[in-house]
Design a protein around this ligand. Structure first.
Ligand code: DC
Length: 228
């Protein structure tokens, strides 16, 4: 296999919310015929399962954090190959993709025990022939051995613009300043937490996507892979 001494291929793609990681990662995985890990979905699912069980995400005391970590540990989730996600047998894809769900995910993600509970579940996605893993700490904590680590960036303003377009297309009306504020708040929480904060791995290749199309970012990642 090109670019790795191991028999299983591995590319990590990290970056802040709304930077296009999901789209790019899915395209790269499809192109290479590899598996895809959307690690953010695991945090979103943990938060949703807590809400469904009536566990508060606001308390931040040891007892509640323990309960949230137990939920993460026992998460009954199935990623369907034809698309869609089942949580305890119920389809929840649309429910976990909202802004509120993303914000809730960011709250459970600061809890160390939650991150530990999800650690092995994420490692398990590394299967032949390879894996493209997308998130905040794929290159720093979960797969530090990855031969290719990408870190995508774009300004909060640019990410809000993209998100605004997506929401309008879905018929959801939002105010731009609210979106920018939400994105900045989430960045702040993701970058400043103690447990595996959002940051590029030392050997990551950073791509500023502000002025680039999806096709251009995809081509850059594939070029970097070919150069390994
Ligand atoms: O990528 P996303 O928007 O689906 O992620 C939702 C939240 O989950 C994000 O704000 C922080 C958290 N997260 C994380 O802490 N570590 C990851 N590897 C992925 C997501």
């Amino acid at each position: 296999m090109s670019g790795s001494n191991n028999s299983i291929g591995l590319i990590t793609i990290d970056g802040p919310g709304g930077v296009g990681k999901g789209t790019i990662s899915a395209l790269v995985a499809e192109q290479l015929g590899w598996h895809y890990l959307d690690s953010g979905a695991l945090y979103r699912l943990t938060a949703l399962a807590c809400v469904q069980k009536g566990i508060s995400l606001e308390k931040n005391d040891d007892n509640t954090n323990e309960q949230i970590a137990d939920v993460a540990q026992a998460l009954d989730v199935k990623f369907l190959s034809q698309g869609g996600i089942l949580l305890e047998g119920q389809e929840v894809e649309a429910q976990i993709r909202t802004e509120v769900a993303g914000n809730n995910a960011s709250k459970v993600a600061v809890i160390d025990k939650v991150r530990n509970a999800l650690f092995l579940r994420q490692k398990d996605f590394l299967q032949v022939p390879g894996l493209v893993a997308d998130g905040r700490d794929m290159g720093t904590t979960i797969f530090p051995e990855a031969p290719l680590k990408i870190f995508l960036t774009a300004s909060a303003q640019e990410r809000a613009k993209r998100r605004y377009k997506q929401l309008i297309e879905k018929g959801i009306t939002v105010k731009m300043p609210d979106l920018v504020a939400e994105i900045q708040q989430r960045d702040e929480r993701d970058m400043n937490r103690l447990a595996s904060p959002l940051k590029p791995a030392q050997d990551a290749q950073t791509i500023d996507t502000s002025e680039l199309s999806i096709k251009e970012v995809f081509a850059k990642v594939m070029r970097l892979y070919a150069q390994l």
